[in-house]
Design a protein around this ligand. Structure first.
Ligand code: ZN
Length: 86
């Protein structure tokens, strides 16, 4: 019985931890430029911004993308309901 409770706790705690971490830390480092935001020639004299992250060095995490998608859908539905009521 005790193992079942521990497993249930682990199953609930893992996704909860991920959702909370996405809420507080929405960005991750860009893997293409290693969070530098730019690429440079080997001699270091010429730079160009990273195409993948737009030169910011960070990207939105996948969990935060899902969060934003549902937030946008919720906002859209609320706006539609308000328009239908008036
Ligand atoms: Zn990048």
């Amino acid at each position: 019985m005790r193992e079942v409770v521990l497993w249930a706790l682990a199953i609930v705690a893992g996704p909860t931890y991920y959702v909370l971490s996405c809420a507080f830390f929405p960005f991750r480092n860009c893997g293409h430029c290693k969070a530098r935001g730019r690429f440079s020639r080997k001699d270091g004299k010429v730079h160009r911004p990273c195409w993948w992250c737009g030169g910011r060095g960070m990207k939105l995490r996948y969990g935060r993308r899902v969060w934003n998608y549902f937030a946008k859908a919720r906002k859209k539905a609320k706006r539609r309901a308000a328009a239908a009521a008036s």
